[in-house]
Each structure stands twice: as C-alpha cells, then as structure tokens.
Design a protein around this ligand. Structure first.
Ligand SMILES: *Cc1c(COP(=O)(O)O)cnc(C)c1O
Length: 746
C-alpha cells in the first residue's frame, strides 16, 4: 500500500529526515495508520529501555517571568507554594526517595528566570551532596544560566541540563514576553559547550496549531536533543490560560506520533498533565512513541505514583529493567566513566555464535568476547569437561600440590609451543602473565649480575594488559600514560614497525630497533611485543621479518625476547601461534584469552630451561610469584577441553574460511571515503577509519544484529572460528550497515 504514511515510514526507517511539509501531511493522515507507523518507528529506532526520571521542585514561586501557563509566575494569583532554594536535608530526602523507587535520574527544578550566581553555588553544593549520598544521575533545570555557571554544575556532578523551548519559535511570544526562544537556545548551546547532555521539550494544548507543534519538533531536531519532555497543558486557575479548552486525546496522540516521525531516536518523555489522560490513551502513547517519563511528583500538578507508572509501562510491553538501573548506578564497566557511562545491553545468554539479549534480540558476535570464545559459546565438550571437573575439585592451591588438569593441560600446551620453550608458569589473567614474564626477565638479568638491566623496550602501538607493568609497556598514547603522571615507570619505546605484513620488508624497522638497543641495552632486561598483530591498541599487522630482526638483535645485545601471544595464540592469525609466521622462538611467551575457549580466565608464561634455570640458580632460587588461583583445576579442565577441541577440528580450514569471508565482506570498503585501510589476516578483519566513530555506530551495529566494539579509529571483527558462511555473510553485512551510520558509503 502506498500512502503518505507508509512512504514517510520507509523514509524514516532508512535514515532520512522528514520535511515540514511531510509532517504537515502526516498530521492529517488517518489516525490508526499514523499510530501504527509511529509504533514501528518506536520499536525499530527509539531507545528500547524505558527511562524514568523524577524531579524535585527545588525553589518555588515568585518568578519574575510572565509565562502564561505557569502557576509560579508572580504576575498571576495562584496558590502555588513559595519557598527559596531547598536545603541539603530536603534535597537528600528527595534523592533517596528517587533511588529507593528505582528511578535512575533526578532533576532539580527551580523557578525564576535564572538562579543567581550565589544560588548556583548553593545548588552545586546540593548536587555534590546528592552524588555523595546516592548514585542517581543528576539533572538540573534552573533557567537561563550562563556557560560558566553551567560548568560549575557540571563539575559538581550534573550530567544533563533541562530547558524547555515550550513552544515553536513563532508561538512562544504569544505565551511569554519576558524571554525568548533565542534565550533558551543560547542556554542549551552553552550547556552543551559546558559538557552537559540536553533535555528540552514543550507544552502542548496552549492554543497552538499543529503546524506550531511541528515547528517545535523541528527546532528540537535541529538542536539534536536526546530527551524531549512532552507536557500537556494543565490549565491552572489564576493563570491566563486557566480556561483554555482541553486538547482532545486524539490530538495528543497525533502529536506524539508526529514527534516520533520527526525525532525517531529521541526519548519522548511523558511530563506534566498526563494524569488527566484516559488509561487507554496513556497505553497507546506508550506504544506509539513515549519511551520515558517523569515519575512521581510533578512540580505543582500531581503526577501519578511511581508504582502505578511502572505497572503501566510493563503492561504496555516495555521491559522495565531494575537490573539495568542498578548496573548503571553501581557497576563500573571497563573504559567508561560513572557520570555518563556508555550504555550497556543486558545479555540473557550466549549460544553458538550469538549473544542473546534480555529483550530477545540476537547479535552475531564479532568480538569472541575479546578474542576468547574461539569455538563459539556453550560448546558441549567444554561444558561437560567443566561439569565433570567441578564434581571432583573446583580449586586447590598449587603451592606444594599438583593435579591432573594442570599436568594434562601442560602436555597439550607444550605440544604446540615454539621450539625451546620447556617450562610453564600458570597465572590467572593475561595481564598477570605479562607481569610474571617481566618479573622473570628482571630476575634473569639480576641472576647474571647485570643489575642495571631492569628496564624494558617495546614497540609503540603495543597492548599488553592493564596492570601496572603491563600497562607501562602499552603504547603511551593509546594507553593513556599521561593519566598516571610519573607513577608509571618510563620504558624505551621503539617506533612501531612500518613494514606491512603483506608488503615489502623495510630495513628501517630493524635499524630503528638497533639504534635503541645500541643506546640503552645495558638497561634493558627484555624486549616485549605482540608477534605479527599489534592488537588492542592498533590492530596493525606487521612483517614477520621484524620478529627475526628482533631475535637477532636481542641475541646480539643480551636482551630477552618476550612474545605476548595472549590475543594471537590458538590459531587466530592462521598459525597456531603468530610467531610461526617468522619461524623463530622467543625466550618467554605469554598466553591467555583463548586458552580456555572463553570459559574462564587462565593464562600462562612459557619459557626456556636457560631462563628458568638461570633464575633458579641465583638467590632466592625461585620465580617470585604465586597467584592464589594458580593452575585452577576448573580453568585447566576448560583449557584441556578447548585445546582438544582445536586438535579435533580442522581449525586451519575454518580460519581460512573465516578469512575468505572477511575479505569478501570487508574488501568492498577499501578506498571508500572515510576508510584509511582494510586488513584481514586469519580470523581477524580490521577497518581503519579516518575519524573515530561514536556510540551511535555501536548502536547501529546492534540494530543490524551484530556485536562489534570499535576503539579509536579501528572497527574490527574477530569471529569465532566456527561461524558458518551464512552467519559470516550476515555479520559483515551488518558491520557495513553499522559503518553507514558513520557516514561510510558501505
Ligand atoms: C588482552 C591482552 C592482555 C591482557 O589480558 P587480560 O586477561 O585482559 O589481563 C595482554 N596482552 C595482550 C596482547 C592482550 O590482547
């Protein structure tokens, strides 16, 4: 069927922005058709998690402004309460009530044109108190503040500033003459410059036309508002609008629907006045566009109670997840802050090559959960091995004791280890393995009496983990060394190798390393690097000759060579270990990540008899490390099952198949505007972008049914080896669709 509505719907779904004329035509469309289409947009494009906030009227009445709808204006005789800025006790009570009700967001709303500088400072104190005592996210609505004042609030912990435009720029002067739309927009832009999120909407039913409402929505769209409160005028006795005719419920729903077409991704927020809508209309509004609400007390009109609200939202079919609210308030996720954390998705289970979200959506996994889940998720062989192990022994200390799982896993590891690596030291995570390898290198040099060789060299662009010393050999820029002042030991950084894996060898790479060693060898215990693939910092694939050069130079200068195979081990690059591309062995090697097929954390350091025995000959005759959970039997059982599974399957063929699919799926991006490079090696595909994508790209991946996590300018796919061709096709197609949200013609 071709109608105005279905045409507008498909354009919105394909990312097009509708014009004013489109919206005017939509307004007159048959109601049910319009609502159905708005429901589709809401399901497909709008935020899925329902979002509640609450507000406290933090200063009331005596307002100098003449907003004709408002009970707080001193120009009108209403019975609105009058009080100055609330005190800390009152603020904390309100915030605690909010938190106890499971509402994640809390806003201070004050009357008046703007707070005075002094009141802003007092409000900042209230905000600090609330952030100290609770974990609610704090918003403020305090009038036409200046950028410095907004910064003060931001620094106190405010995340979002609210300032309603109230009406279209044309209509606003008819309902308020004491300030202008321009004043409001200036405030919103100042808040954005101050680093705050924005929230702005309006009041409908003040006598404006549908065209006015559309203009309000378009003005909000131009401002890129993520949160748009929609108030329904509640005519208040004593105000000039006291006898305004009530808006029909259908008009209200049409407004919500048309706003949804114009602001497909925004939170449309139920705000004031909704208490007088029928149950039926509230339910419908929730379906066709409303994805958030102010719960509880609403300024001077009484809103509905929180529990009733939650019940309605659930009845409307929304997943209202208190777990997500708790998570956001209390659980700190990696590489994000606590003030405005990157949103997280709730996972219900993992299955095959898919991550299944709590809301039922299924995402094809392009991350292997950070390189780990080589065989996909939930493999029977791994589960069975762990079940069996847990029945006999989940853990026992490794000091003075040993067990079959540790021995059996050791045998499997040595089977594929580079020649000469004979000793295995188990540890609990990748970073800890790196720490252990670095400690071993220093102990080795000390044992030989080379007491100045306590430092390390490493190429730039590396990644070796997040503990202290592991972090010190990460790339100083992407590893954010500046955040740690002089707490991190300084390392010797060689330039990152420039010779591409698939390009010509550039002897400059060796010369640069030689120069570094010549200048500093007497202080260097070891040279540590990720063989072939510089992973989590750059996703750069370099020439195998660099590893051979490193081996030659380390031998020449008495420096130990450490290969960090934590990411590359177990087949990822098409070889069991990436060092096989160069055909040489290191003195120490770290493994982790895929070792247990992603079932549990476990890592190990492999080394030569020379290194191990040299350390052991000198006092204290031991490698000075001993993790509590060393060689954890349950983790070892998972490791055994994973490595046996690898042996049983033709993983080389699988990796080659994944490689071919990644090439098919990603090569078309080469040369596109915004794409710097496309690299595929084994089961690892990388698209280097000109500029770093933002959160919207992650969201676009999810919308396309794909789980991928770009970092910096790097978008990449690390699929499980067992992903089928059909799944790989969908994965790369979804990946390209996500990159389209970043403006790549993919
Ligand atoms: C992930 C990673 C580490 C750190 O491992 P964790 O288990 O996260 O501590 C170290 N080195 C490399 C190369 C890695 O990719």
């Amino acid at each position: 069927m071709h109608s105005i509505v279905s045409d507008a719907l498909s354009r919105v779904l394909s990312g097009e922005a509708l014009s004013r004329e489109d919206a005017l035509r939509l307004w007159d469309a048959p109601a049910e058709e319009l609502f159905d289409a708005a429901r589709t947009i809401t399901r497909r494009l709008a935020p899925r998690a329902f979002n509640f906030c609450s507000i406290v009227n933090a200063k009331s009445g005596r307002c100098t402004e003449d907003c004709r709808w408002c009970a707080q204006s001193r120009h009108f005789a209403t019975d609105a309460p009058e009080y100055p800025l609330i005190d800390e006790k009152t603020a904390l009570e309100a915030a605690r009530r909010t938190e106890a009700a499971g509402i994640p967001r809390f806003s201070f709303v004050t009357s008046g044109r703007k707070l005075s500088p002094r009141e802003v400072r007092d409000l900042a104190k209230l905000v600090r108190a609330v952030r100290r005592e609770t974990s609610v996210e704090v918003c403020v609505s305090a009038g036409l503040l200046k950028e410095e004042e907004l910064r003060l609030l931001r620094d106190a912990g405010v995340v979002r500033y609210h300032c309603n435009l109230e009406a279209s720029p044309d209509y606003f002067p008819k309902v308020c003459t004491s300030h202008t739309t321009k004043d409001k927009i200036e405030t919103l832009l100042a808040a954005r410059r101050a680093g705050l999120d924005l929230c702005s909407g309006g009041i409908i039913g003040m006598g404006e036309t549908p065209a006015d409402r559309i203009d309000l929505a378009l003005t909000l769209r131009d401002l890129g508002l993520p949160s748009v409160p929609i108030n329904l005028l509640a005519p208040i006795p004593g105000t000039p609008l006291e006898s305004t005719l009530l808006l029909s419920e259908e008009d209200f729903l049409r407004t919500v629907a048309v706003f949804r077409f114009l602001l497909p991704q925004a939170h449309l927020r139920f705000a004031g006045g909704r208490a007088r809508l029928s149950e039926e209309t509230v339910r419908k509004a929730l379906e066709i566009g409303i994805t958030s609400a102010i719960a509880g007390d609403l300024l001077t009109t009484v809103g509905s109670s929180v529990e009733e609200d939650k019940k309605r939202v659930r009845e409307a079919g929304y997943e209202l997840d208190d777990d997500l609210a708790f998570d956001r308030a209390h659980l700190w996720h990696p590489y994000t802050g606590t003030i405005d954390p990157t949103p997280v998705l709730k996972v219900a289970k993992t299955e095959g090559c898919e991550i299944v979200l709590a809301d039922g959506r299924r995402l094809l996994d392009g991350t292997c959960s950070w390189w780990c889940a080589l065989h996909g998720y939930g493999r029977e062989e791994l589960k069975r091995a762990m079940h069996e192990q847990i029945e006999t022994m989940s853990h026992v200390m490794f000091g003075g004791l040993t067990h079959e799982p540790a021995v059996k896993l050791g045998r499997l590891i040595l089977k594929h280890a580079p020649a000469g690596l004979e000793k295995i030291f188990y540890a609990d995570s990748g970073s800890v393995a790196v720490e252990v390898a670095m400690k071993a290198a220093v102990q080795y040099q000390m044992a030989l009496g080379r007491t100045t060789r306590t430092n390390f060299a490493t190429p730039r662009q590396g990644y070796h983990g997040d503990t202290w010393n592991a972090m010190s050999v990460c790339d100083p820029v992407s590893g954010m060394h500046t955040a740690f002042g002089d707490a991190l030991p300084g390392r010797f950084f060689a330039p990152a190798p420039v010779s591409r894996f698939d390009g010509d060898w550039n002897p400059e790479d060796e010369a640069a390393l030689r120069a570094l060693f010549e200048a500093h060898a007497d202080r260097i215990a070891a040279f540590i690097l990720e063989p072939i693939v510089q992973g989590a910092s750059a996703m750069w694939f370099y020439h195998p000759e660099y590893l051979r050069a490193a081996r030659r130079l380390c031998d020449e200068f008495g420096i130990l060579l450490i290969f960090d195979e934590i990411a590359t081990g177990f087949g990822r690059t098409g070889r069991y270990y990436a060092s096989e591309w160069a055909g040489i062995s290191p003195d120490l090697m770290t493994i982790g990540k895929g070792l247990t097929g992603g079932m549990l954390t476990l890592s190990a350091v492999l080394t030569t008899n020379d290194v191990a025995d040299t350390i052991s000959r000198a006092a204290p005759h031991a490698l000075m490390h001993g993790p509590t959970f060393m060689a954890n039997p349950l983790a070892c059982a998972a490791g055994i099952a994973s490595l046996e599974l690898l042996e049983k399957t033709d993983w080389q063929a699988d990796v080659a198949r994944v490689e071919a699919a990644l090439k098919r799926g990603l090569e078309p991006l080469r040369g596109k505007a915004g794409v710097v490079d496309v690299r595929v090696l084994g089961a690892l595909g990388v698209v280097e972008l000109e500029r770093a994508p933002d959160r919207s790209v992650t969201k676009a991946f999810v919308d396309a049914g794909v789980w991928a996590r770009p970092f910096g300018r790097i978008a990449y796919l690390i699929p499980p080896f067992v992903m089928t061709d059909e799944e790989l096709e969908r994965l790369t197609a979804g990946f390209r669709a996500g990159l389209r949200a970043h403006g790549i013609d993919a």
